[in-house]
Design a protein around this ligand. Sequence first.
Ligand code: NAD
Ligand code: MG
Length: 399
Amino acid sequence: MNKQLKKLAILGSTGSIGTSTLSICESFPDRYQVVSLAAGSNIDAAFAQCQRWRPKVISIATEQLAAELSSRLFAAGITGIEVVSGTAGTIHVATLPDVNFVVSAIVGVAGLEATYAAVCAGKTIGLANKECLVAAGELIIAAAQKHNVALLPIDSEHNAVHQCMRGGTPAEVHQVWLTASGGPFRNTPIADFASITPAQALKHPTWVMGQRITIDSATMMNKGFEVIEACRLFHLPPDQVRVTIHPQSTVHSLVEFVDGSILAQISVTDMRLPILYALAYPERVPVASKVPLTFDLASLAHLDFAQPDLNRFPCLRLAYEAAAIGGDACIALNAADEIAVAAFLSHQIPFLGIPRTIEAVLSLTKVNHPQSIQDVLTADAAARECAQSVIAQQLTARV
Ligand code: NAD
Ligand code: MG
């Protein structure tokens, strides 16, 4: 039987989610066709993807890199690929008439405009980029409703919730439980937090991911973003989205219904599973021998769940506070975190400087609700500038 071919734009194709998506395309060529790609600055990876996938269009971060990629393609005798650049290029990739499914997997707000444009162009979205929903969730959800577009979560917890939600109606949901591994510092004495190094924080116990999300997992800001993401995707207030520490990362999340039933989703810790679920929805694709995603139930010794300690993980508390305010508070939460994580990775600020910076930026942010993507970007730029000056003050204070 010839399945309906889904024609994909992959935003962030050279990243962790992007390459996992391409490996799914590799396994199911009869179902998924790569039409266009958007990458950042990794020109070698972008060139290799052009060679392998022959997209109609590829976008790369800058004009200069686009010129370099074009000449490399020409020298290799590869023709017929349109090379574009920057935000306009990413939007072009995401809105091509040929494309009917967009995988949004650029990290940070860099992916926001293209994701929003794709929603407005009526494309089905496989959404990995959580920062989009944190910063501009109200606008994206409203646009998705207006254009009757499905936003299918790829983030494993939301993907699990999406699956569990099929067990009842939205009105029957009492609350959602997002599981968190607790990251590498779940049991580290709080006194040792001050000396945590980037190398230690980049070692995630159960998932292999990009750098920013790995640090966000160590501070639990990632879970904070996911609380906001869940509020938006599933139309829930923050107090109906709970977090539970589950070190095995086996239960990817749970939905508790009004009658007391709790449905959980269990699977291997492999992002190809939620990616394939989103790509295939509303079908379920038999993976069989093509992708090794079978879960060995017999190996399951026990499942632990515990309450998160907000003193250990102040980022989670800050995220709940921002979620309750909404608008610019969520934009500032994301922007300040991105700047603070970069400063931590470049050894400018200590691990505890991350929540300290975010808390300072939030306290300086006025309550406002953006009316357009431009408003979001303006508030985002202001929060970044604020974070930079908060960090500069911390550095001066240390000298
Ligand atoms: P990554 O750092 O591995 O990849 C990011 C991708 O974005 C790369 O292709 C990079 O080239 C591209 N990019 C960066 N800046 C860009 C720009 N200005 N223009 C165009 N492209 C740009 O990140 P990742 O781990 O794949 O995560 C991607 C998104 O998915 C993030 O929002 C993350 O929070 C989310 N997510 C990831 C995972 C995971 O397991 N990796 C799980 C859940 C959610
Ligand atoms: Mg997640």
